[in-house]
Design a protein around this ligand. Structure first.
Ligand code: SF4
Length: 357
């Protein structure tokens, strides 16, 4: 027997626990709980007492080499946007739910008592409810002046609420993660991201002006990637001094096509995607140009080895760039153009388990 609980899962989970505890033939039962629930639940303060201690989870690394114990909470769930590639969309389909401010604050208070020095807001998009997020971070700053935090916010919202970037910084936000996905406007259009390369560049400048790090995430390998466009992305990151801002795994991500994905709106995807693979939890696809898939595998290997050997982001990036230029038949960079392989350690804070959007 298996049970799948998507979306607002708690009522389904309680029902399952009840069913398993009381039903005599529980293993033969078909699932009676909805696969996906968007019920409006009465959120409770999460009881985290039986979980492993916070120092056993991912932590925050600071530029000076020190670490901080990180906690995690959500001030909202779901997302009001419909980006085509996003696995949240087939579940929430544009719905999102706010978690009451007092519940979020109490959850954070308890995690601070348990040792948290930094909080990651795991909301799919922290500014889906910007009118909820701002008073929340203001209260947090007032009650815990030394607590730092990070959150994920889409480029469209950062552009629209540009005047709040200073507020994020002044309330001890250490960095914002943003799913940029691509610097190619045609790909952004396919993904229905509702931002352009120019918007990303604008937001990047706004963050630099406020001295707050932006950590972009990407889907660099999609059916629309070419060897040249991948090299363009690497050149863009190097030219814009973004190598330290991008977790190396972000340069190896391959487009995921989950069940019910809106990517199937696109004829390219209808023609390319295979039947749903239950083990991989996705529709498999192969790039029309096998050399792009080969490069993706090579980049994944470089990232894997680099992280195992504790190489810096600059060192991993240089190796990826070398492989990408070789694959595209481009000349290798000369010594003066190439990035220093012994670059200093990261100059921006990051969480030790990178965020895959
Ligand atoms: S990619 Fe981000 S903004 Fe787009 S639907 Fe998913 S969570 Fe929402």
């Amino acid at each position: 027997m298996q049970t799948i609980l998507g979306g607002e899962f708690e009522a389904g989970l309680a029902s399952l626990a009840n069913r398993l505890a009381t039903h005599p033939n529980k293993h033969a039962d078909p699932q009676s709980e909805p696969l996906i629930s968007l019920a409006r639940l009465n959120f409770q303060i999460p009881d985290r007492q039986d979980l492993p201690p916070l120092d056993r989870y991912a932590s925050l690394r600071l530029p000076d080499g020190t670490s901080r114990i990180a906690g995690y909470t959500e001030s909202s769930r779901g997302c009001k946007h419909l980006c085509r590639h996003c696995p949240i969309v087939p579940v929430y389909n544009g719905a999102f739910r706010i978690v009451a401010k007092e519940i979020v604050l109490e959850d954070i208070r308890r995690q601070i008592k348990a040792g948290a020095q930094h909080i990651t807001f795991g909301d799919p998009d922290f500014f889906n409810g910007v009118g909820h997020a701002i008073p929340l971070i203001e209260s947090l700053r007032k009650e815990f002046p030394h607590l730092t935090y990070d959150a994920t916010i889409k480029i469209e919202h950062l552009r629209k609420h540009e005047n709040q970037i200073a507020k994020l910084r002044d309330t001890n936000c250490l960095f914002i993660t943003s799913a940029v996905e691509s610097i190619d406007d045609a790909v952004l259009e396919n993904l229905a991201k509702n931002h352009t390369r120019k918007d990303f560049e604008h937001v990047l400048r706004a963050f630099r002006a406020q001295n707050l790090p932006l950590q972009p995430t990407f889907v660099p390998f999609s059916p629309w990637t070419t060897l040249d466009s991948y090299n363009d992305l690497l050149d863009f990151l190097a030219a814009n001094d973004l190598i330290e801002n991008v977790a190396p795994i972000q340069l190896a991500i391959r487009l995921l096509i989950p069940a019910g994905s809106r990517l199937f709106d696109l004829p390219d995807i209808q023609n390319l995607a295979g039947p749903f693979d239950e083990k991989a939890l996705a529709h498999p696809w192969q790039h029309p140009d096998p050399s792009v898939d080969k490069l993706c595998e090579a980049v994944q290997q470089i990232v894997h080895t680099g992280e195992k050997l504790n190489r810096t982001r600059h060192q991993i990036f240089a190796r990826i760039q070398e492989a990408a230029r070789r694959a595209a038949g481009l000349d290798q960079l000369t010594k003066s153009e190439a990035l220093p392989l012994l670059a200093a350690r990261a100059t921006i804070p990051y969480v030790t388990e990178p965020w895959y959007c």
